[in-house]
Design a protein. Structure first.
Lengths: 168, 131
């Protein structure tokens, strides 16, 4: 993953679901052209945000051993414009995961309003494409994204500790 | 779970409409997945996932779509055609597919035409009724 388009994870249940937040800012340059005087977040970038949320969910499920690549947008339906200042909540759920691929279901909301439904498929490319060879290093999951998960994992660990303490 | 062929066909049709964005009337028994319905490689996995859910069965991918494994083996493919050994393997792998026409000219490019809607119905029929 070479660029990060989500701001942070707020929930992460390994192999099951992940929730990330993306804050939309007018400082993002593409909003100046899309459109002049009427800035709205391009739908393709909502798909990208979901692809990152769901892609990391899929990657983490196999301990980042697989090269996870977006292979198919099974569904993408949008219900409202997204404007600068909006805070998007991206929830990805694992639908199926197998050796070769995974499918996810996703909902994007703003406050409690449904903004989009985005269902995706990811390929574990080393297990596919008729034996084509890819570089050994995992060029999908490089170091840049790990900080994204660190916070949510740390928080989970801490809340686990405090729950254990209060149990005493 | 006993299901008639018609019921199986209907569910397979639904699966393919959802997975490939095809229209109901395009998904006929003889339609080929790649040629007629425009399936690409990732769609085969999508179809496998959806079949597993729709019918509550386990579908090892190489069982339903065995071509990729064959194509990488030089013993089984020569000059773009399946060898006798390759044909034997293919027959064993896809008992639910009619190979009569293909055997006359086993060009690997035509393997795609073997994957018809009917082949999937046969496969699911075999799975459900063998169990």
């Amino acid at each position: 993953m070479r660029w990060i388009w989500i701001d942070k994870f707020v929930e992460f249940e390994s192999g099951r679901r992940a929730v990330a937040v993306k804050n939309v800012s007018l400082a993002e340059e593409h909003l100046h052209d899309h459109f002049p005087g009427f800035p709205i977040m391009p739908e393709c970038l909502m798909i990208e945000a979901m692809a990152q949320t769901a892609g990391i969910l899929v990657g983490q499920a196999r301990d980042f051993a697989e090269k996870v690549v977006l292979a198919k947008i099974s569904k993408a339906v949008f219900f409202d414009f997204v404007r600068p200042g909006d805070s998007l909540r991206l929830e990805a759920r694992m639908d199926m995961i197998a050796d070769e691929a995974a499918s996810t279901k996703g909902r994007i909301t703003r406050d409690d309003e449904l903004i989009a439904e985005v269902d995706l498929m990811f390929s574990h490319i080393d297990q596919n494409l008729a034996g084509k060879k890819f570089p050994e290093e995992n060029f999908v999951f490089t170091g840049t994204f790990t900080s994204l998960l660190r916070d949510v994992v740390l928080e989970a660990a801490q809340s686990g500790e405090s729950a254990a303490e209060s149990g005493r | 779970m006993a299901m008639s062929r018609d019921e199986i066909f209907q569910k397979v049709q639904e699966v393919l409409v959802d997975a490939l964005g095809a229209d109901d009337d395009e998904v006929t028994a003889d339609a080929t997945l790649m040629g007629d319905l425009g399936a690409e490689s990732i769609d085969f996995l999508d179809i496998v996932f959806r079949l597993e859910k729709a019918f509550g069965i386990k579908v090892p991918r190489e069982e339903l779509f065995p071509a990729e494994g064959l194509l990488n083996n030089p013993e089984l493919v020569s000059n773009g055609k399946l060898t006798e050994k390759g044909l034997t393997e293919l027959r064993e792998n896809v008992p639910h597919t009619d190979l009569t026409d293909f055997e006359k000219d086993p060009d690997i490019n035509k393997l795609a035409d073997l994957f018809t809607v009917n082949a999937i119905v046969n496969y699911v029929d075999g799975k459900l009724n063998a169990a």
